[in-house]
Design a protein around this ligand. Structure first.
Ligand SMILES: N[C@@H](CCC(=O)N[C@@H](CS)C(=O)NCC(=O)O)C(=O)O
Length: 216
């Protein structure tokens, strides 16, 4: 398999964690988002959305969108599972994941930050503030949903890590990259620390990727 990746990409972070949990490996193909390489024609042919991750599986098929990739891998390599088996549990885990993937993360990706700066003339400080507003809103939602539901265990859903934890970890890490903290969100913090104590999560961290600059 091949994974189109960028060290700082929170969406690719999610796929890296899932692959580590499944014991899968992929050849990394680096797409430098800070240099605009996502707009290169050869990558646009891979993903017309001009975003990482993109996964090429062993049959040469291309998959995009982090949670679609993760669910594809989960169905193709079912052990260990990343989603519960019962419909209500699956809906709960997917809803938790969507806090990050649908509601928060899309608002602070490079193309949105670029538009805010270049077209709306927002300052760097305003752009950081914008990202932090939506990250905080997501953290508040996670905290409320996780702390008030008996289905929450050592992890977001029960006592094994899954899709919701993967998304929560990418969310908390994104918030930290913008200078935020998860200290005010105790359940989020507990689960984040539980996950990061696991090498399958921690070795997927942006700062541990070969294309990360040495200074980060
Ligand atoms: N919803 C997508 C998000 C993909 C995405 O926007 N990725 C970012 C990096 S985390 C990207 O490549 N952005 C390029 C850009 O905004 O120009 C997913 O979950 O995979």
């Amino acid at each position: 398999m091949q994974l189109f990746t960028f060290w700082r990409s929170m969406a690719t972070f999610r796929v890296r964690i899932a692959m580590n949990i499944k014991g899968l490996e992929a050849e990394p193909i680096y797409v430098d988002l800070l240099k605009g390489h996502q707009a290169r024609p050869e990558f646009r042919d891979v993903n017309p959305s001009m975003a990482v991750p993109a996964l090429v599986d062993d049959d040469g098929r291309v998959f995009t969108q982090s949670t679609a990739i993760i669910e594809y891998l989960d169905e193709r390599y079912p052990s260990p599972p990343l989603l519960p088996t019962d419909p209500a549990g699956r809906a709960r885990v997917r809803a938790l994941a969507q806090i990050t993937v649908a509601d928060s993360h899309p608002l602070s990706v490079p193309r949105v930050r670029k538009y805010l700066g270049q077209e709306l003339h927002a300052s760097e400080q305003q752009i950081v503030g914008w990202a932090r507003v939506w990250q905080s809103a997501g953290l508040d939602a996670y905290e409320k949903l996780l702390s008030s539901d008996a289905a929450t265990g050592a992890f977001c859903h029960g006592d094994t890590p899954g899709l919701a934890d993967i998304c929560l970890v990418s969310h908390a890490t994104g918030a930290q990259f913008y200078g935020g903290t998860i200290d005010g969100h105790p359940t989020v913090k507990r689960i984040f620390e539980q996950c990061m104590a696991d090498e399958r999560f921690s070795k997927a961290h942006p700062k541990r990727q070969p294309d990360a600059p040495p200074s980060v």
